[in-house]
Design a protein around this ligand. Structure first.
Ligand SMILES: Cc1cc2nc3c(=O)[nH]c(=O)nc-3n(C[C@H](O)[C@H](O)[C@H](O)COP(=O)(O)O)c2cc1C
Length: 200
């Protein structure tokens, strides 16, 4: 599917068929996430693929009981690896400097910024790096259309409750849930502002 078509056709899907999703299609989505851009090329996204119905139900509960979440045959838990980010961003920016993609002056500025982040409370870092994960998630959302799969971003959730399900500590920051499956609805396009209204 053309990217422009996927962007136009995508909808948040909140009704799913129970048909299983082939593993190769799930992994194609993860591959799309892998190719996303990230600050310092740190690639802090990590994903937990959940098919087990009991765990899906627990995820639904952690997301204020939004009842369609467990209905999806797969839920991808989209996270940021905080400690991995701190290491990855430093080596990532050095690499970009070495190959000349980023000037040395900027490498120094960004490294100083990373060192400041290291002094922060770990709980503050997850939300700051979540933007990287969001880009990777949207890659998956759009790629899903190639397989006639539907998704819905879920951010209304209690991060701590999701972490508790998997026994994660604060090094893993939960950014979103992504229920995934074959749509059992064909929702109309939702309201959007006019293009010209977006310009400041
Ligand atoms: C960051 C983010 C968080 C969202 N969280 C939720 C959510 O928790 N529950 C839900 O039903 N939809 C959620 N949505 C979906 C939005 O409601 C939806 O994108 C919006 O209404 C536009 O509809 P469309 O996606 O069909 O174009 C979220 C979307 C984004 C991008």
């Amino acid at each position: 599917m053309e990217l422009s078509e996927a962007i136009e056709k995508r909808r948040s899907i909140r009704k799913f068929k129970s048909d299983p999703v082939p593993d190769e299609h799930i992994m194609a989505l993860i591959e799309s996430a892998r190719l996303a851009p990230s600050g310092c090329n740190a690639q802090p996204w990590r994903f937990k693929i959940v098919k087990d119905s009991k765990t899906r139900k627990k995820l639904e509960e952690a997301a204020h009981n939004q009842s369609f979440i467990a209905q999806a045959p797969v839920v991808i838990v989209c996270c940021a690896d905080v400690s991995g980010y701190l290491e990855g961003s430093e080596s990532g920016i050095q690499d970009l400097g070495k190959i000349g993609a980023i000037e040395d002056r900027m490498v120094n500025i960004i490294c100083a910024d990373i060192n400041e982040s290291k002094k922060m409370d770990i709980s503050e870092i997850g939300p700051r790096i979540a933007v990287n994960v969001a880009i990777a998630v949207e890659h998956m959302v759009l790629r899903a259309l190639d397989f006639d799969l539907g998704t819905c971003w879920i951010r209304a959730l209690e991060e701590g409750k999701v972490s508790e399900i998997f026994g994660w500590d604060e090094n893993i920051y939960v950014v979103a849930l992504l229920p995934l499956g074959y749509p059992a609805e064909d929702p109309p396009a939702r309201k959007r502002f006019e293009t010209m209204d977006l310009l400041l």
